[in-house]
Design a protein around this ligand. Structure first.
Ligand SMILES: [Zn+2]
Length: 152
């Protein structure tokens, strides 16, 4: 299951990435572009825009979409769980910033790229080649877990 989020659900997109889902989000994309990408890459559109849903592509059922009814993030996540019958658990496999799949990197390769304390205490590192950013289970994972727990 792959997704593309419209501009109104950018925060939801980040949280779904924290659970490992492939969620594209382009904050400059027009409705036309979002629809085009969804069709070409077989993505489900996540949208709060009822005007977009009035377009004929949606009426004809060509496009897969999920209309996000809720305004608050917690409720949006609940809706995702219910409507798509998925669980949302922290799963650090995607870059939270850009959706790129993270690559495992060797500890010795991150020596001067992460804080010394992190280097000393962590064994496994992941890397986003798009953002040139390193992830490790410690802090990032804890933050993700906390975020999901806070949602109830
Ligand atoms: Zn990234």
């Amino acid at each position: 299951m792959k997704f593309i989020a419209d501009i109104m659900v950018g925060k939801l997109a980040r949280y779904m990435r924290m659970a490992g889902y492939d969620v594209m989000y382009i904050n400059t994309a027009s409705d036309d572009e979002i629809i085009k990408i969804a069709r070409e890459t077989d993505r489900i559109i996540l949208t709060r825009d009822s005007l977009m849903l009035a377009r004929r592509e949606f009426k004809k059922g060509i496009i897969k979409y999920l209309y996000i009814k809720e305004d608050k993030l917690e409720n949006q996540l609940d809706q995702i769980k219910l409507d798509l019958k998925v669980s949302l658990k922290p799963n650090l496999v995607r870059c939270i910033e850009c959706n790129e799949k993270l690559i495992k990197v060797k500890k010795e390769d991150v020596k001067n790229k992460v804080p010394p304390y992190v280097y000393k205490t962590q064994k496994n590192f992941l890397y986003c080649k798009n953002c040139d950013k390193y992830y490790w289970r410690g802090t990032h994972y804890q933050n993700i877990k906390k975020a999901f727990l806070n949602m109830g």
